[in-house]
Design a binder for this molecule. Structure first.
Ligand SMILES: NC(=O)C1=CN([C@@H]2O[C@H](COP(=O)(O)OP(=O)(O)OC[C@H]3O[C@@H](n4cnc5c(N)ncnc54)[C@H](OP(=O)(O)O)[C@@H]3O)[C@@H](O)[C@H]2O)C=CC1
Ligand SMILES: O=C(O)CCC(=O)C(=O)O
Ligand SMILES: [Mg+2]
Length: 745
């Protein structure tokens, strides 16, 4: 990636956003070219990341460079400007599927060793592990986050409210979380003095010393936490909750984030599955071990592994699993038509999206009969799940939120440099034996933090560096000043980690002029209560939160306010001076791909991209004194406003305007805005013909785009589709394509 010209790096990712990119890139390039801006692409799809791990097994033509590492380096360059689309954070079943697809395409990559037995297999697994879970975002997020609903988007939602389920006082839905033995209760925290190197070690009850992590570098002022979750307490909690749901006849659902918390949450998930089916596991446990069954990867792993057994044995196991259901509660379903439950795969139900979807639906999830039902929403970690219970209570008392009148809750998130729990994966361990878990200074042997742990507990070290905390406070003050909104720091003085942060927030607030600003610090439950009380009165409140709440709140409030987090502006001012522009705050909507393949309709909304691109152009224009780029940014924003005003977002229904149609309208409005502006006559002249052609051909183009819908399409793969087939599917309007290329030429 050479950068002679000012460059915007556009990431190529997976699933629905990647499909949309294939239609949108030619549009972007047509416009960017007019300001002499280069739009480079960087493929960081899970398929590309897998291939980049095994260059020695690929032919020269097949080799893929490690784009993610390169982008990671570029985050340290002040000129960097990256547009980052959502990508798959792969679960083990997804990794298997991607590997299989690539092998089928002639890439000689190895199988993923589920249970590595040799050193070679272990080495392969270690390489693949780099592609598991949330492997992209933490590398690129070298800044804190500023996520908000732009004014035009909020106004659109007020005028065209999405549907909201009804909440009733009689709803039996509630959130269940651990009350002891989880990370909240087993946490110790401190602010580090001086630079030091520490290790994580376990002194077992049997007198052995097991070094789990030999070296972690810490710098002066870092806040570190040693925290653990008790396996015994977790299993008891599940047992109680399953029993309670069964006795009271309420559905059971489990909400974790196994994709992001890629070490701890698969374990938390696996214990739920084993507890639910405990009789079947007691009976067949040994056989499951021999087969290498690992339900941390979901029940799908068990079903896949028992495939190799003789039919009679298989049936016996399936029968025994079914028998467990007789004395267990009904399970929430992911796909009731296909019998896929919440336990099938840990990446099917992801808490940041699943809890808001449930709350938006009036506290309902789908049961096995395809009907929406009240549910016991089990979120084992209490640290953050209490906010959901507070919101459930609030909705039961006040009814559903009203998108036509409610205020907005932007977020300033402490995210940079792998902040807090979201950076702890390489410092998270399933404790191999009971003992004392210590964070020990390598030079002096001083024990900084110590915990008593049991075998099977999950122990982790989380770090948040001082510079990001300082930057976070600054960003919160800046956003409050720019928006005129009050800021609440969601920090709980009773949680050791957050108590350390509170001290720093007080210190760093003194660096700023906060005169006239309303800045408060409240524990999570009080903060959400205060925010919701304001919200229903139409008042806006910025939430300044740590990394996990950043993730949760930027789905929660947008889904209630706007119907989706896809319409969020999601900016990451990189601490080194560059800009990372994320497109929306949600994921990659796998079910949208299914609809495209089956019916050639893509309901993915690229609004997040439109918003991100405008800010990216504006930033580039300012930094490189490129007046044309600034005009492109301004006109793109007005085109996006017009798109919303005229309701040209993608429809959910096949046969109606989809992603491609929406992009066409954006291009038309953008060209029109450029043709109409008077600041730059060249740009106006360049885009006037395109504006005229697109307007004249509007109905013909929309007709071309809509008439292809209804039938199956072949894009030549899921994880690594065929570029030509994709181009054909995503760019079906000859008139539109021709109009765009006439500008380029
Ligand atoms: N930044 C990132 O890279 C992120 C990546 N992910 C990854 O995405 C995948 C799916 O995650 P999941 O939690 O299911 O969340 P998604 O956000 O992909 O899906 C949840 C639902 O939100 C709606 N939605 C989200 N984005 C859009 C959009 N642009 N246009 C229209 N509707 C949208 C859709 O609902 P409906 O169709 O019913 O309207 C969708 O089914 C996982 O692999 C996850 O790890 C998740 C979050 C962020
Ligand atoms: O990286 C991921 O897996 C998800 C990130 C996410 O959900 C977010 O940042 O909102
Ligand atoms: Mg999220």
């Amino acid at each position: 990636m050479t950068q002679e010209k000012p460059t915007i790096i556009y990431t190529l990712t997976d699933e629905a956003p990647m499909l949309a990119t294939h239609a949108f890139l030619p549009v972007i390039r047509t416009f960017a070219d007019a300001a002499d801006i280069n739009v480079a692409t960087s493929d960081i799809s899970v398929a590309a990341r897998i291939l980049a791990e095994f260059p020695e097994r690929l032919t020269d033509e097949q080799k893929v460079t490690d784009n993610l590492a390169e982008l990671g380096r570029l985050t340290q360059d002040p000129d960097t400007n990256i547009i980052k689309l959502p990508n798959i954070s792969a679960s083990v079943p997804q990794l298997h599927a991607a590997i299989k697809e690539l092998q089928g395409k002639g890439y000689d990559i190895p199988d993923f060793p589920d249970n590595p037995k040799t050193e070679e297999e272990q080495a392969i697994r270690t390489r693949y592990t780099k592609c598991l879970g949330s492997a992209v975002n933490p590398v690129l997020r070298e800044g804190n986050s500023d996520r908000r609903a732009p004014k035009a988007v909020k106004e659109y939602a007020r005028k065209h409210p999405h549907s909201m389920g009804k909440w009733s006082m009689a709803s039996r839905t509630h959130v269940a979380h651990m009350r002891e033995g989880d990370f909240y209760h087993g946490e110790k925290s401190m602010t580090v003095k001086g630079d030091r190197k520490v290790r994580m070690e376990l002194l077992t009850a049997a007198g052995e010393t097991v070094v789990l992590k030999p070296e972690v570098s810490l710098t002066d002022g870092d806040v570190i936490d040693s925290m653990f979750m008790s396996k015994t307490a977790l299993i008891e909690f599940y047992e109680e909750q399953m029993e309670d749901a069964y006795k009271t006849g309420v559905m059971f659902s489990l909400h974790v984030k196994a994709t992001m918390m890629r070490v701890s949450h698969p374990i938390v998930f696996g214990h739920a599955v084993r507890t639910f089916y405990k009789e079947a596991f007691a009976k067949h446990g040994e056989l499951f071990d021999e087969l290498g069954v690992n339900v941390n990867n979901g029940l799908s792993d068990l079903y896949a592994k028992i495939e190799t057994l003789p039919a009679s044995k298989r049936e016996e196991i399936v029968d025994d699993l079914h028998k467990c259901h007789e004395h267990r509660p009904e399970l929430a379903m992911v796909d009731s038509a296909r019998g896929i439950s919440n336990f099938h795969s840990p990446s099917d139900v992801i808490v940041d999206a699943s809890m808001p979807a449930m709350i938006r639906a009036g506290g309902k999830m789908y049961g096995a009969d395809g009907r929406p039902k009240d549910t016991k929403a089990v979120n084992p970690e209490s640290t953050f799940s209490r906010i959901y219970q507070e919101m459930v209570n609030f909705c039961k008392t006040n009814g559903a939120f009203d998108p036509t009148t409610m205020g907005t809750v932007p977020n300033v998130g402490l995210m940079a440099q792998k902040a807090e729990e979201y950076g702890s994966h390489d410092k998270t361990f399933e404790v191999p034996a009971a003992g004392v878990a210590n964070i020990t200074d390598n030079a002096t042997g001083e024990v900084l933090l110590t915990q008593d742990v049991e075998e099977g507990d999950i122990w982790r070290l989380c770090i948040v560096k001082d510079a990001p905390i300082r930057d976070w406070v600054k960003l919160a003050v800046t956003r409050s000043r720019e928006s005129g909104m009050p800021v609440v720091f969601w920090l709980d003085p009773y949680r050791p980690h957050e108590n350390e942060l509170i001290a720093k927030v007080h210190t760093y607030l003194k660096d700023h002029d906060t005169d006239g600003l309303d800045i408060q610090i409240m524990s999570q439950v009080r903060a959400i209560r205060y925010t919701m009380e304001r919200l229903i009165r139409g008042l806006d409140t910025i939430s300044a939160t740590g990394n996990i709440l950043r993730d949760y709140l930027t789905d929660l409030f947008p889904i209630l306010e706007l119907g989706t987090s896809a319409k969020m502006l999601s900016i990451v001012p990189l601490m080194a001076g560059g800009g990372l522009y994320e497109t929306g705050a949600g994921g990659s909507a796998p079910k949208h791909v299914k609809q495209l393949i089956e019916e050639n309709h893509l309901r993915w909304d690229s609004l997040g991209e439109f918003l991100a691109l405008a800010v990216s152009l504006e930033d580039l224009g300012r930094k490189t004194d490129n007046a044309k780029a600034l005009i492109l940014a301004k006109t793109l924003d007005s085109a996006t406003g017009k798109l919303l005003e005229n309701n040209k977002g993608p429809s959910r229904n096949t046969g109606e305007l989809d992603n491609r149609g929406s992009q066409f309208y954006l291009a038309m409005y953008w060209a029109q805005a450029l043709a109409e502006q008077t600041e730059d006559a060249d740009l106006a002249a360049k885009f006037a013909p395109l504006a005229a052609t697109l307007a004249a051909q509007e109905s013909a183009i929309v007709e071309e785009l809509n008439k292809v819908q209804g039938d199956q399409v072949d894009i030549g793969g899921y994880y690594a589709p065929d570029a030509e087939k994709l181009a054909a599917v995503m760019r079906p309007s000859a008139i539109f394509n021709e109009a765009l290329s006439s500008v380029q030429g």
